[in-house]
Design a protein around this ligand. Structure first.
Ligand code: EPZ
Length: 430
């Protein structure tokens, strides 16, 4: 079992290159199966969830060729079987995107009920509601969701809550349905816009992505395209908080500052300086972070995927902060781990009251999920002494070369897999 080992306490300084957005890439890869022509996709992050999805696509007959670490071509003409059975697909959330993509093109899909991080109950009723409105019949059998339609037609769909997954899934299916679909109360996240842009570059007719009403005119077929995925706003935000929590100064390259506005606004409230260019941001930490309050909300609000990272930073700020998690009910599972490092956080339901402390001390902790795991890495980087993080499998689902990127910023951090390597690291860092 691999672990991260960190000797914390150093301000992180330097430049870091941000990769492509995992959550956009997952949907875009699924959508790439919707044409028989070859699609070229660039700026793909090399992370576990992406590789699991590529594997599943190959199993249903798609031809995937890796041009380099961050570039693939996908040819979906060989998809003969719309049954996704791969074991790894049960573990990742985005398996559900194959449902919308395959239903759109082949009018039939069978996909394992989605897994993903244990951050809440995560129903998919809104996805199914959308498919049904378009004429599909859906059922759950033996752990699979099956969606079938004689003919998929346009529909007027009002989502009961803002859902990224349901918006994207319905948009994909509707791209190849007969007639017009309107999605109201749609999610506005940058990756929703990226998927719409990708589909439009394949000949789809989608308007309004990025607003809460998306209009889709279904087309008969989609064609080849070359596409570069947007930068990952959550990876970027994680490095922004790394600068804040370690008292450092980091320049992030390959970012879209507009996508990071909610994160930047909170860092400013906490006393950081933010300097933006076209595709770069510098974050400079103050001597001492200030407390603030934050509530997670759909975009353009503060992202739930950044909640653990800001909470860890607030746990070292001057004063008391209140963090309200309004998207997923189970997203404070890292708090007990953080307490082992000296943090003072009290959770009541979906609210955490954080009393800032002067310092963390290193401890052995385990990553409960992807973003919480990344937040514990930030805590380790800020802490006095050695931190060991178990279960980094979760972190690697969504972060490419996290240890290497932090080393590039001056951190003492390594990935280890034995007691011998742990001892070697300890000797090296003194
Ligand atoms: C996506 O999950 C992301 N995952 C999550 O990122 C992210 O936290 C989330 O959006 C919110 O931004 C992927 O893109 C693969 P939702 P998703 O549907 O689509 C409720 C990460 O760390 N809901 O927007 O599953 C739901 O329970 C991951 O990268 C229903 O009730 O999220 C939640 O409370 C973790 N019924 C809210 O809506 C539905 O049918 C928003 O969920 C769908 C959602």
């Amino acid at each position: 079992m691999e672990q991260y080992i960190i000797k914390g306490g150093k301000p992180l300084c330097g430049e870091v290159e941000i990769g492509g957005a995992k959550n956009a890439a997952l949907a875009i890869l699924a959508a790439a199966n919707m044409t028989d022509e070859t699609v070229y996709i660039d700026n793909l992050p090399d992370v576990r969830d992406i590789n699991a999805l590529l594997g599943a696509m190959e199993e249903i007959g798609a031809r995937v060729e890796r041009i380099d670490r961050h570039t693939v071509t996908v040819n979906g003409s060989g998809v003969t079987n719309c049954i996704v059975e791969t074991e790894s697909m049960k573990k990742i959330r985005a398996s559900y995107y194959l449902l919308g993509a395959l239903l759109g093109k082949y009018k039939r899909a069978q996909v394992p009920l989605p897994g993903g991080c244990n951050i809440g109950s995560r129903p998919i009723d809104q996805h199914l509601k959308g498919f049904k409105a378009m004429g599909a019949v859906t059922r759950i059998e033996h752990g699979f969701i099956i969606a079938e339609a004689e003919e998929l037609h346009g529909a007027h769909i009002f989502l009961d809550m803002v859902s990224v997954g349901a918006t994207i899934n319905i948009m994909m299916a509707a791209a190849m349905a007969n007639g017009n679909t309107i999605i109201e109360n749609a999610a506005k996240e940058p990756h929703v816009v990226d998927v719409a842009n990708f589909l439009n570059s394949m000949g789809a007719r989608i308007k309004g992505a990025g607003t809460d009403v998306i209009r889709i005119h279904g087309v008969k077929s989609l064609h080849k395209t070359e596409y570069s995925i947007i930068p990952d706003q959550i990876e970027a935000g994680t490095f922004m908080f790394a600068a804040a929590v370690t008292g450092g100064s980091i320049v992030l390259r390959n970012v879209i500052p507009k996508h990071l506005e909610a994160t930047s606004a909170k860092l400013l409230e906490m006393g950081c300086q933010i300097h933006e260019n076209d595709d770069a941001i510098r974050v400079i930490a103050p001597k001492k972070l200030q407390s603030t309050h934050v509530k997670t909300l759909p975009y353009p609000g503060f992202p739930t995927d950044m909640q653990p990272q800001i909470s860890v930073s607030l746990a070292l700020a001057d004063g008391t902060s209140i963090v309200t998690e309004s998207i997923f009910e189970n997203r404070f599972r890292y708090v007990d781990e953080l307490a082992r490092m000296g943090a003072s956080v009290k959770v009541e339901g979906n609210v955490a009251v954080i009393s800032g402390v002067d310092k963390f001390t290193g401890a052995r902790v385990s990553a409960p999920d992807l973003r919480a795991g990344a937040a514990l890495v930030l805590a380790g980087l800020a802490a006095e002494g050695i931190t060991i993080i178990d279960d980094i499998y979760f972190i690697e689902r969504g972060y490419e070369n996290l240890d290497q990127k932090f080393r590039g910023l001056g951190a003492d951090m390594e990935k280890v897999s034995s007691e011998k390597e742990i001892q070697k690291f300890k000797l090296k860092v003194g």
